[in-house]
Design a protein around this ligand. Structure first.
Ligand SMILES: *Cc1c(COP(=O)(O)O)cnc(C)c1O
Length: 461
């Protein structure tokens, strides 16, 4: 084993080295991400437009394109200390198994009960809701990681938490539902009869097993119609990327301590928050012309928003109650095939990442789920951690890049985000182990039909 005695297996920052501010990559972007727009008027959203839906301080963060560093309040840092700093691990065993000259590192965000990076933003959003004197928040959850993280954060600050959980996940993932309930959240399968938009969707599509876009609409409707309640979202929004910048800042600080400069940084991309957070400080250096890196976003071939979507204003939700966002999108009616097991199923992508990708500052790759689970299995067997299917998209491409290094003989340094653990995804692992996992790639015709439903926005073809 080629253990390098100068670099530990795990690089842990000291608690005192944990970042004291989030880094806002928008401050260093010359071309800023396009603003959210009001779906009724097409005008850019103002603070007042967003107030009925979101918490005040989070709106300020959402609209802030200029402040480079945003201090992390002490109460949030206090909570972060329970599970952060998270380790940056050198994948020595994986390197050896691959026989690659590449050096592979992963930043592991699965070391908390919610099992993913989502807690980093959940605790921040719950804190600001509490600060504002609100009673509670609503949200949607697909596979359940976000709902779990938010339940933990709300119970810590004594807030009510109402989660609309996509119906098929509610039925297929009862254990995650029970974690949420243990933390005091109420969990409703979506679409439900409890909202107007839910009843409308049920009438139009009887027997539907739901979608993220539909659960978002229900959560927003409930937030705006309940006094002292706001809606919070676990990805896609710029405020969430901001909170997740703690991942990248810790990664950079750990690498800097050992004088390591990555060549390639890889992350899985659903709504883009973990990837955006991981790459932010490195992208900042690239934008300021101080350093160069390759960034690779990895998405499922069954939900390929960056690689096959269009860059356009679109609805964020099926019920069309949210602001419009300019992003790479598959259309708000797009729902990945039912055999897709690997998460990352949102139809759009963070407008920050969409803009960076559009400018050619980031690459994207779509991978099929059977190859993703092959990578997950290979990683689990040598590195010990059972990865979440979402995270395994990043593992897949990290392995592919390391194998390319083997061909060319280049000893590149690869860093990837290991966003979480897969203990609640064992039905998907079971399918894979039984040889019953299949791949589905949407046809161009399916995508065109979905693009035809994009909203008409002034100034857009
Ligand atoms: C939610 C989730 C993702 C994808 O969300 P992003 O906002 O794209 O980061 C990735 N990995 C895990 C484990 C998740 O729970």
């Amino acid at each position: 084993m080629k253990y390098d005695h100068d670099i530990p297996y795990k690089i842990y920052l000291k608690e005192s080295e944990m970042p004291t501010a989030w880094y806002n990559v928008r401050a260093d972007m010359k071309q800023k991400p396009a603003p959210l727009r009001n779906p009724a008027t097409g005008a850019p959203c103002t603070f007042e437009d967003l107030r009925p839906v979101f918490c005040d301080e989070l709106i300020r963060q959402e609209l802030d394109n200029d402040d480079r560093l945003i201090p992390i309040p002490d109460e949030i840092r206090q909570f972060y200390r329970m599970y952060r700093p998270s380790p940056l691990v050198r994948a020595y065993c994986l390197e050896e198994q691959l026989g690659t000259p590449a050096k592979i590192y992963y930043k592991f965000e699965g070391n908390n009960t919610s099992g993913s990076h989502k807690l980093n933003s959940a605790i921040a959003q719950a804190y600001y809701a509490k600060q504002q004197g609100l009673k509670g928040v609503t949200t949607e959850t697909g596979a359940g990681q976000w709902g779990t993280a938010l339940s933990m954060a709300c119970s810590y600050f004594g807030l009510d938490c109402k989660v609309f959980m996509v119906k098929c996940s509610y039925e297929q993932k009862p254990f995650r539902r029970e974690v949420m309930r243990t933390y005091g959240a109420s969990v409703t399968p979506s679409p439900s009869e409890t909202t107007q938009v839910g009843r409308k969707i049920l009438a139009a599509h009887p027997g539907t097993t739901g979608s993220l876009g539909c659960a978002i609409s229900e959560a927003v409707e409930t937030a705006v119609s309940t006094p002292g309640c706001r809606y919070v979202l676990g990805s896609v929004l710029s405020q969430v990327l901001l909170h997740q910048s703690i991942i990248g800042q810790e990664t950079k600080a750990a690498l800097d301590q050992y004088g390591i400069k990555p060549d390639i940084i890889i992350g899985c991309a659903g709504g883009g928050s973990n990837l955006g957070g991981l790459i932010s400080p490195f992208m900042g250096e690239k934008l300021r012309g101080e350093a160069d890196y390759r960034f690779i976003a990895v998405e499922p071939a069954s939900c390929p928003s960056l690689t096959r979507g269009v860059f356009a204003y679109d609805f964020c939700d099926t019920g069309h109650v949210c602001p419009l966002a300019k992003m790479y999108t598959l259309g708000s009616e797009f729902i990945p095939s039912a055999n897709h097991a690997g998460g990352l199923r949102y139809h759009g992508m963070s407008s920050i990442l969409s803009e960076l990708y559009h400018q050619g500052l980031m690459e994207a790759r779509a991978v099929e789920q059977t190859r993703v689970f092959e990578a997950a299995e290979q990683f689990a067997r040598v590195e010990g951690i059972l990865p979440a299917p979402e995270s395994s998209h990043a593992i897949r491409v990290a392995i592919d890049e390391a194998l390319r290094c083997k061909e060319t003989g280049e000893a590149k340094t690869i860093v990837f985000g290991l966003t979480g653990t897969g203990y609640f995804d064992l039905v998907a692992y079971q399918k894979f182990n039984d040889g019953q996992m299949t791949d589905h790639i949407p046809t161009d015709e399916e995508l065109q039909a979905s693009f035809a439903l994009l909203p008409k926005v002034p100034g857009q073809k």
